[in-house]
Design a protein around this ligand. Structure first.
Ligand code: 13P
Ligand code: SF4
Length: 301
């Protein structure tokens, strides 16, 4: 059955001149058929350089929107339009405009997990793999960081000469992991290294042996000699980790690390959206141009 679906998708991709991009948190069946798998930064850059006319973005809405902002001439499809990111919804452009008035001297850095409108209101964008470099590159001594307080707090601790003002947003998945979960796992696997995503709570990040984006975690694991490794990010990452490291055992820091939005997209959804050309992402051109500048500054860094 699955083989039939895969064959159908290959046909459709040819017919529509389409490429499939998938985030590291997608279901295994999506990662299996993807042309490219990656973290937010890598996928944004790939979206800019692909030759195909249609980009099927298997991820959540802000990712497909980012691809559209960067590649306005492409048709960008998000197979399940309800696949959103609750953290991105924790800041609106209107709220941001209002808070900016309280900090007129601050530069606004927005995490890529945000809407096009919020990006358009910000000075520069960042992802989890370049956030420290982005904040470090800014002249202003005050930074308003939106919306992830955990990533912002991590970045603030790495850069001593700047004040980072935190928005109160968070990832509902990574933020679920508690210090009790960590102590429990560490008791069971005391010598296993801990690799975490910076969207985790500060008390978790402080205990980690490595902190990075999903792709950075994947790269780091390859270098490690350890046979048991604790992973503190969404469980979809285990697909690539297991494939690339069949001799290693991966222990998820908590079973709570499942993003229901990332799991909404199935192979059938991808086929249906591509076949019918539905769920096409559009961004208002005035907003897009401003958001493009915010993203371009990050990409050129
Ligand atoms: P990265 O893949 O960029 O690390 O992002 C993690 C994430 O939460 C995406 O929603
Ligand atoms: Fe949003 Fe968190 Fe899911 Fe990423 S893992 S899409 S930040 S809710």
């Amino acid at each position: 059955m699955k083989e039939n679906l895969k064959a159908k998708l290959i046909e459709l991709k040819k017919e529509k001149n389409a490429v499939i991009l998938a985030h590291n948190y997608q279901l295994d069946e999506i990662q299996e058929v993807a042309d490219y798998i990656g973290d937010s930064l890598a996928l944004s850059k790939i979206a800019m350089s692909v030759k195909e006319d249609v980009i099927v973005f298997c991820g959540v809405k802000f990712m497909a929107e980012t691809a559209k902002i960067l590649s306005p001439d492409k048709k960008v499809i998000l197979p399940v339009i309800e696949a959103g990111c609750p953290m991105a919804d924790m800041v609106t452009a209107e709220q941001l405009r209002s808070v900016k008035e309280d900090y007129p001297e601050a530069a606004v850095v927005c995490y890529v997990n945000s809407s096009a409108e919020v990006k358009a209101e910000s000075d520069i964008c960042c992802t989890s793999s370049n956030a420290i470099n982005v904040v470090d590159s800014i002249k202003s001594k005050k930074i308003l960081f939106v919306p992830d307080q955990n990533l912002g707090s991590y970045v603030g601790k790495q850069i001593s000469d700047k004040e980072v003002i935190l928005w109160q947003g968070f990832c509902i998945v990574h933020n679920r992991v508690t210090i009790q979960n960590l102590l429990h796992i560490k008791e069971k696997y005391p010598s296993a290294p801990l690799l975490v995503h910076p969207e985790c709570r500060p008390e978790i990040v402080e205990q980690a042996d490595f902190i990075g984006s999903t792709s950075e975690i994947i790269r780091e694991v390859k270098k490690l000699k350890d046979k048991k490794i604790i992973i503190g990010t969404e469980k979809g990452i285990l697909y690539t980790l297991k494939k690339q490291n069949p001799d290693k055992e991966f222990i998820l820091l908590s079973e709570k690390l499942t993003c229901m939005n990332m799991k909404k997209t199935t192979l059938k959804d991808v086929i249906s959206a591509l076949e019918n050309e539905t769920n096409i992402i559009e961004v208002d051109e005035r907003v897009r141009k401003k958001a493009y500048e915010t993203l371009k500054k990050m990409i050129l860094l």
